[in-house]
Design a protein around this ligand. Structure first.
Ligand code: GLP
Length: 241
């Protein structure tokens, strides 16, 4: 696992965006794994800026998002579908039919999981997966204790995850209790992984990632065994290391 140290959130976002833009330019048919949350919004802003100025084309790019809340419709401002459209998709020329986000509204959630997994396989897997990290080490919505072998599945969200994400909702009771997430195995099979870590809230997670063992009780630790994983971390996140 390679570590790139950067000064702050802005530099982290610029570094990651530059990396993604180069990849897209070199492989126009790239399959990108995308993340949500506060961490990647700066990267998406940079991609949009670059698109406006340099017209980098996403016409042949395919994307798969990591996760979605169960019970939130596409037009719910807190759904990850809505997040992706507002923060990235509507600003670039990615084809809507090439973007994939699991549906948390289908009654047959197991079918949604199986279909998502098959679509990723049909596509030949994910070339570059962008990741954030939860303060408890979760990746996607794979909470501590999730098997490293897990494929796309339904999860119960940890109380700490619901609390952390409550900032986007009116009150904590509105935060869904379940989500669909790509599994750790699904994520791990990506050819390349870019994990972004910024801010003092992530200091403990950063330290555990670098100094701790590879264990299912800290899901992100599996990335230490990935042949092509890079962490871009800022000074505040690295303070406790
Ligand atoms: C969320 C998402 C993750 C994200 C993480 C950290 O719950 N499901 O994909 O990486 O928590 O979020 P943030 O970037 O807002 O700190």
């Amino acid at each position: 696992m390679k570590i790139i140290e950067v000064k702050n959130y802005q530099e982290m976002s610029q570094t990651a965006a530059k990396y993604i833009i180069n990849k897209v330019k070199n492989s126009p048919k790239l399959t990108l794994g995308l993340a949500t949350g506060g961490t990647p919004t700066g990267v998406y802003q940079q991609l949009i800026e670059d698109y406006k100025q340099n017209h980098t084309s996403y016409a042949h790019v395919t994307s798969f998002n990591l996760d979605e809340y169960i019970g939130l419709a596409k037009d719910n401002p807190n759904s990850y579908y809505h997040y992706m459209v507002e923060n990235l998709f509507k600003h670039i020329n990615i084809a809507p039919e090439h973007t994939h986000i699991p549906s948390g509204m289908n009654l047959d959630l197991q079918a949604v999981c199986n279909e998502y997994e098959s679509k990723i396989l049909e596509q030949g897997g994910i070339d570059l997966q962008l990741l954030g990290i939860g303060s408890n080490g979760h990746i996607g919505f794979n909470e501590p204790g999730t098997s490293f072998q897990a494929k796309t599945h339904v999860v119960d969200l940890a109380p700490s995850t619901r609390e952390a994400n409550a900032r986007y909702f009116n009150k904590i009771e509105e935060v869904p209790t379940q989500a669909i997430t790509m599994g750790i195995q699904t994520i791990f099979k990506s050819k390349e992984i870019l994990l972004l870590i910024s801010g003092k809230e992530k200091q403990d997670a950063m330290a555990k990632l670098l100094n701790g063992d590879v264990t299912e009780s800290f899901p992100a630790s599996i990335l230490k065994q990935h042949p092509n994983a890079t962490v871009i971390a800022d000074e505040k996140a690295l303070l406790g290391v």
